[in-house]
Design a protein around this ligand. Structure first.
Ligand code: FMN
Ligand code: SF4
Ligand code: SF4
Length: 273
């Protein structure tokens, strides 16, 4: 059993290689009871500020997992800042004993920090990293990926810097411009029902926004931007193997499809769980 959270498809791409039909955390979090039993249970999620998104934290806090092998795979773009160790701590706080936690370097979708055109051209050997992770998981390896003192210092620095910001600053990061045509794609990809089309225009409601930037990257008009400078405001990203689905079976939750070429690869490599 594999659960995932994704903004721009990286984490779903990884989750799909672990299991053909991974479960979306934004959908699963509404299930009652929140109790899951499987021989192995995995969580795949992006790293935000060296930690997992708030929704993933809440899922781990609320859910009960019955498994002999709990693992997490965290995708990041530039500096994980000790994400594996922080995730291990979170698991323990939630009463979960993690068997395996690893990180995978992929395209960094953080628009203030990176030009997506440059990121797309940067070789990060995702397939090579994935092969290692798949081999580890098949062998039911028990390990948390290494964290250095430099990583821990990066996280301390990050906390110090963000501590000076207003607590709700992340909730007010988006701005919607006049070029919005009310197509509703942002609403469809949002994992937290934080953006809706009203009277033909998108409206963002802060409160539960995960700052995943899914809406920003997916808007065909590039009508959603950030209130802080972006490296390249005309460049956007979505994992090349993943397409947003045309329709959503569940309102207000992200549904994604994988290109057929990836399904062929999945048939070749098989599932690990
Ligand atoms: C709000 C936010 C914070 C991020 N923080 C980090 C970070 O601390 N370190 C890092 O290396 N990448 C960071 N990233 C980049 C993502 O972790 C990375 O691109 C990830 O693979 C995206 O996964 P997804 O496509 O499944 O959403 C951040 C991205 C966002 C949107
Ligand atoms: S995706 Fe862009 S154009 Fe479409 S409704 Fe949302 S903001 Fe408007
Ligand atoms: S409003 Fe945009 S950034 Fe916020 S959770 Fe929804 S898709 Fe992500």
């Amino acid at each position: 059993m594999v659960f995932y959270f994704t903004g721009t498809g990286n984490s779903l791409y990884i989750a799909k290689q672990l299991e053909e039909n991974p479960v979306s955390i934004p959908q699963a979090i509404h299930r009652k009871p929140l109790e899951f039993t499987a021989e192995s249970i995995g969580i795949v999620a992006p790293v935000y500020g060296h930690e997992v998104p708030d929704m993933v934290k809440n899922f781990l806090k609320q859910a009960v997992f019955h498994t002999g092998y709990f693992y997490m795979i965290l995708t990041y773009g530039n500096r994980h800042g000790g994400a594996a160790e922080l995730a291990e701590k979170l698991c323990r706080e939630c009463g979960i004993e993690p068997a395996y936690i690893n990180v995978i370097l992929m395209v960094d979708n953080w628009l203030p920090g990176f030009d997506m055109e440059e990121q797309k051209k940067t070789e990060k050997n995702v397939e090579g990293q994935m092969e290692t992770v798949l081999a580890d998981l098949r062998a039911r390896k028990r390990a948390v990926s290494e964290v250095t003192e430099k990583d821990r210092e990066a996280h301390r620095q990050f906390l110090e810097n963000t501590g000076k910001m207003p607590a709700d600053a992340w909730q007010h990061l988006l701005k919607i411009g006049d070029t919005c045509i009310g197509c509703g794609i942002c609403e469809k990809v949002c994992p937290s029902a934080s953006i809706h089309v009203e009277n033909g225009k998108a409206v963002h409601t802060p409160g539960h926004c995960q700052t995943c930037l899914a809406c920003v990257h997916a808007c065909p008009q590039k009508a959603i931007g950030l209130v802080i400078p972006e490296k390249n405001p005309s460049a956007r990203y979505r994992n090349e193997h993943i397409l947003p689905a045309a329709r959503h079976p569940v309102p207000c939750s992200p549904v994604w499809q994988v290109y057929s070429k990836n399904r062929c690869r999945l048939r070749r490599t098989g599932s690990i769980s």
